[in-house]
Design a protein. Structure first.
Length: 120
């Protein structure tokens, strides 16, 4: 089997995964936080890595570089910490609060939109 044939087979498998996603209760118009915990999402990442030729992150790397997804509301104390510590950077804020980088960036965007965050 040639490389082209292998990539074609992987693309077919990705298509099957997308068919499963179309039946998902969260829909597929945007990436829902629950998607990151889904086995279909994990399978698609593995398939994409096969096409790109990139190795998938090990469990150690995943644990080290990302915070496990937990849906939780931001407290007033966390928002205050975010406002008062912008100078330390998003990555450090995320580490201190036990949140993902993406979560902190999203919260900053929403706070700016509401006028609750002036800098950053």
């Amino acid at each position: 089997m040639t490389i082209k044939d292998k990539k074609h087979a992987v693309l077919i498998e990705i298509g099957k995964c997308l068919d499963k996603c179309r039946k998902c209760p969260y829909g597929r118009k945007a990436l829902h936080p629950a998607c990151q915990l889904c086995s279909v999402y994990e399978e698609m990442r593995c398939l994409a890595a096969m096409i790109d030729g990139k190795k998938k992150r090990s469990a150690f790397e995943t644990e080290r570089y990302s915070v496990e997804f937990t849906a939780k509301r931001w407290t007033k104390e966390e928002e205050k910490f975010l406002r008062e510590n912008l100078e330390i950077g998003v990555t450090r804020i995320a580490e201190k609060l036990g949140r993902s980088y993406r979560s902190v960036m999203s919260k900053m965007w929403h706070m700016k939109k509401k006028g609750a965050l002036k800098n950053g």
